[in-house]
Design a protein around this ligand. Structure first.
Ligand code: DGP
Length: 143
């Protein structure tokens, strides 16, 4: 496809371009879904933008819309095909979030009740005042 924003050193750009093989699941004009090579659980898939954006902050809204719609479509198929106990969508930005590939992607992460993935942070009530203050700080930062 012509006129893609692309990065020659990016592994997901290579998959989008067909230069590197992947088990593709789905694609549309702006997004591509394929199986993750290092699955947490069976059915772990990725939905990436076709254009190269390093992270969530860099991508236009229309691209995010396509990626999340693709993720829902794939998640629905994973649910129906594999019947996991649940599915998380995970999207990492930056090293502290364990982003290893700097190309916008959403993980479609099938979960098992006993998989003990670190994403299970448990449910403990927060400090309501602190939550309200934090909400205000985030609202003030919305652009
Ligand atoms: P993240 O840590 O959120 O940046 O996740 C990157 C994911 O990409 C990681 O789960 C492994 C996967 N991955 C890395 N290289 C390849 C590849 O060459 N092919 C496929 N299919 N997946 C890859």
């Amino acid at each position: 496809v012509a006129e893609h924003l692309t990065d020659a050193n990016c592994v997901f750009c290579k998959i989008v371009a067909g230069a590197l093989s992947a088990h593709k699941l789905y694609e549309d004009e702006k997004s591509l879904a394929f199986m993750d090579i290092n699955p947490l659980n069976t059915g772990h898939a990725l939905v990436v933008s076709k254009h190269h954006y390093p992270d969530l902050y860099a991508a236009p809204d229309a691209v995010l819309a396509a990626v999340i719609a693709g993720a829902r479509r794939v998640a629905t198929a994973v649910r129906d095909a594999l019947r996991p106990d649940g599915i998380n969508l995970v999207q990492a930005n930056g090293p502290g979030a364990a982003q290893s590939v700097p190309h916008l992607h959403v993980h479609v992460l099938p979960r098992k009740l006993d998989d003990d993935a670190k994403l299970n942070w448990g449910e403990r009530p927060g400090d309501r005042g602190a939550i309200a203050l934090t909400a205000e700080r985030i609202r003030s930062a919305l652009k």
